[in-house]
Design a binder for this molecule. Structure first.
Ligand code: APR
Length: 313
């Protein structure tokens, strides 16, 4: 029996629940929301697809009832406000920090051994906040952003290469912000062939820019931030924990000297399994990549410093 709680039954949370159920990844999903009836309604709606789609996952929707979340293997935190057109993820910090601290503290009472997957933005800072306010070991707190940014990177590579999507590989590290993410051109491949051997650098640079603008572009089109790719990315991460797949997933994790950074949560390739972050892969970045990573870390650290001013820990 496996159990996953998702806090926030909005666009991202409900999509994550839908993918987890459809792909038969867990036995029980608990959806929690602060808005009366939302989680209950979404749970029933998804459950009414079970016969059509053929899954047996039980989905329970509750309004602010944390007892229902007891003994969850994983808690996914999406609660908070999403960004609106023209906003950066960082502008959400004040509101979302209070919400994230409250919900993770309440979840921990009922699931003392759980692993947290943090999605609420600004995600790198919310992951750091979760680590600091819970005092949990660093392996149990993972921020979801790198896998989503990598999906967008692969999407734009696929278009530029007119390629078969299943043969494209690529990774985005660094912060999960429009200016802090680092799509690693040097490591991207098309069936093992480095893409910088297949695409002119001007096209590859455009792929990088499109990736970095990927979230903001969708926010402008949709009037709120995206949910299908974030929800599916979260489910992919949860699956690697629940099924102990030990996938390498670019994830926001606590660095204690890796990549020459300390006391920060930021995106790097990590092995994700039953114990959460099982190890960090310290790939050797070249000089340019190191400079980008250091700049990204500094920006994330500046956002983390705002937490001190709003007294959340
Ligand atoms: N407890 C539980 N649920 C809460 C709380 C709380 N304290 N505060 C807000 N919520 C719920 C809202 O009622 C809403 O249903 O969180 C949900 C958020 O859903 P959406 O508004 O649809 O936002 P969504 O698009 O899902 O984004 C969620 O993920 O990608 C990030 O930037 C995004 O921080 C945002 C988060």
């Amino acid at each position: 029996m496996t159990k996953v709680t998702i806090i926030g039954a909005g666009n991202v949370g409900a999509t994550c629940a839908n993918v987890l159920a459809f792909n038969k990844i867990v036995s029980t999903i608990v959806l929690v929301d602060i808005r009366e009836g939302i989680a209950e309604g979404k749970a029933i709606d998804i459950l009414q697809t079970a016969q059509t789609l053929g899954f047996e996952t039980n989905i329970i929707g509750v309004t602010n009832d944390y007892e229902a979340t007891c003994d969850s293997d994983v808690v996914v935190v999406t609660s908070g406000i999403p960004r609106k057109p023209g906003m950066t993820r960082e502008e959400l910090i004040g509101t979302n920090a209070v919400i994230v601290k409250d919900v993770v503290t309440r979840c921990l009472v009922h699931s003392p051994n759980t692993i947290f997957v943090i999605i609420s933005n600004p995600m790198d800072t919310m992951t750091y906040l979760t680590l600091k306010c819970t005092g949990l070991k660093k392996n149990r707190i993972i921020g979801m952003g790198g896998i989503l940014d990598s999906s967008r990177f692969k999407y734009f590579l696929k278009i530029a290469l007119k390629a078969n999507p299943s043969q494209i590989d690529g990774m985005v590290i660094g912060g999960h912000g429009d200016t802090t993410m680092i799509p690693l051109k040097r490591f991207a491949t098309y069936n093992g062939i480095p893409v910088n051997k297949l695409l002119p650098s001007i096209i590859l640079d455009k792929v990088v820019i499109d990736t970095m603008n990927g979230g903001a572009t969708l926010t402008k089109l949709l009037g709120t931030s995206a949910w299908y790719a974030p929800g599916a990315s979260a489910a992919y991460l949860v699956e690697s924990i629940i099924k102990n797949y030990k996938r390498i997933i670019p994830s926001c994790v606590y660095l204690d000297g890796e990549y020459k950074q300390k006391d920060i949560c930021i995106g790097v390739p990590s092995i994700i399994g039953r114990y959460g972050v099982e190890s960090i892969i310290d790939i050797k970045l070249n000089v340019d990549e190191t400079e980008l990573f250091n700049n990204s870390s500094e920006t994330v650290r500046n956002t983390n410093n705002i937490l001190k001013n709003i007294n959340v820990f």
